[in-house]
Design a protein around this ligand. Structure first.
Ligand code: KMH
Ligand code: ZN
Length: 308
């Protein structure tokens, strides 16, 4: 059984600043928490950028460069930049940061879908910023666009032209067939690294039977030519990570996916979630992969090839 790669998704574009005082939104806080998460055992740091003043999801290169150089100088972690950005952004906006930074890894979302954030509105009224409530409310009429043409453009610009490898984000069974389609077209070469994304309203729910089905389907479509990781958004985060590790999978945690460390208890940091999932992995008798072991496992281009 190989070592287990821990990914940490540090801030994302789903949660908004008012939901937790621990959600890092400034470049300094994102860098601080990313470095702390790497020191706790995260080999891959999955990163989005946010507006420095309001915490709103940002596609500005400057907002990426507000944290990337410090992360590069203070950790050897693999940086995985989102090409998902936010569902409200165009594909061109979503690519601006990754094109400039030329990271070792990028996410790549394998299908167009609903991305419903409005259930998080709850009864809150004490919003810190005026963009937060409409951002969440309007997600009832929001399409997270990832057409085959969008997918091909990311594969070309980030993969062929800049040597990035991908965290293929699959939110449902159909997304696995889309990935297989791109392998058949010769635009994706294995072994592929698949992130089963569970618990997003618009994708598959975070339930063990869906994980079993996802893995059985991936086994059939990719044979031995794939590795999988699991992220569960929300309260099933750690349970699904434990099941993934037990099934030979890798794990992803982080405040992008879940703001809590236990029922009703906000996580104080990304590192707190990394420490918890690391303890689960080691309690199962498994070892956590280092950043360099991860580079070897995923055949990454190396830190010397990035532009930050
Ligand atoms: N933020 C979501 C719109 C990715 O990073 O590519 C999608 C997402 C996945 O976060
Ligand atoms: Zn993301």
């Amino acid at each position: 059984m190989s070592k287990i790669i821990i990914s940490c998704a540090v801030t994302g574009s789903i949660h908004t600043p008012s939901m937790s005082p621990h959600l890092p939104v400034t470049g300094e806080a994102i860098a601080d928490q990313a470095i702390e998460a790497a020191r706790a055992g995260a080999a891959i740091l999955h990163l989005h950028a946010r507006d420095q003043a309001t915490g709103k999801p940002s596609s500005d290169v400057a907002d990426f460069m507000a944290f990337l150089p410090r992360i590069a100088s203070e950790t050897d972690a693999v940086v995985n930049l989102s090409t998902g950005g936010s569902a409200v952004m165009s594909i061109e906006q979503r690519l601006a940061g990754p094109l400039a930074a030329r990271p070792e890894m990028c996410s790549l979302n394998m299908g167009t879908m609903n991305f419903a954030l409005y259930p998080m509105l709850g009864r809150r009224h004490d919003w810190l910023h005026d963009w937060e409530e409409p951002f969440l409310r309007n997600s009832d009429d929001l399409v997270f666009k990832n057409t085959p043409r969008d997918i091909e453009s990311v594969l070309t610009l980030m993969g062929r032209d800049r040597g990035a490898k991908f965290e293929f984000e699959c939110y449902d069974i159909g997304h696995l067939y889309m990935l297989r389609h791109f392998v058949d077209r010769g635009l994706v070469q294995g072994p592929v690294f698949i992130q089963f994304v569970m618990g997003v309203l618009g994708g598959v729910a975070a339930e063990p039977e869906h994980l079993t089905h996802l893995k059985q389907t991936a086994d059939r479509l990719f044979g031995d030519d794939y590795r999988f990781s699991v992220l569960a958004a929300g309260r099933m985060q750690m349970a699904m990570a434990a099941i993934s590790a037990s099934m030979g999978g890798h794990v992803r945690v982080g405040l992008e996916d879940n703001l809590y460390i236990a029922r009703g208890q906000l996580a104080r940091s990304n590192a707190e979630q990394v420490e918890k999932v690391r303890a689960i992995v080691e309690a199962l008798g498994r070892q956590v992969a280092t950043a360099d072991e991860t580079r070897a496992m995923l055949a990454l281009k190396g830190r010397a090839e990035v532009a930050f």
